[in-house]
Design a protein around this ligand. Structure first.
Ligand SMILES: [Zn+2]
Length: 113
């Protein structure tokens, strides 16, 4: 596993060994995403994240894709693939993707005539 300060510049051969969302899905793992600053963590299904992002990226590239819902920062986000023990699964709250909506966001500028 590359160091935590990894920024996506590994040799392609090493890059191919880093687990992807598809790998996690095949292993029945969950994606644990959270903010280390706010101490809020949630569990997601790897396939939901893949649908949302639109590509099968590996775990170390995922960190930059999320922003904390509490503090709004990306800086303290931690993402890992987690294998849950059978006794940890009952009662586990998983955030499931219901739908994705396209939001219309106006962009304005003031123009002097
Ligand atoms: Zn936060």
């Amino acid at each position: 596993m590359p160091a935590l300060n990894y920024r996506g510049r590994a040799h392609p051969h090493l890059e191919a060994k880093i687990p992807t969302l598809e790998d996690a899905d095949n292993l029945g793992q969950f994606v644990r995403i959270g903010c280390q600053h706010c101490k809020t963590f949630r569990f997601y299904r790897p396939n939901d994240i893949r649908i949302l992002i639109g590509e099968n990226i590996h775990v170390l590239h995922l960190r930059d894709k999320f922003r904390c819902e509490e503090c709004g920062s990306k800086e303290h986000m931690a993402v890992e693939f987690k294998t849950m023990m059978a006794n940890e699964i009952p009662g586990l709250v998983v955030r499931e993707l219901v739908e994705t909506r396209w939001v219309k966001k106006p962009v304005w500028r003031d123009r002097k005539l």
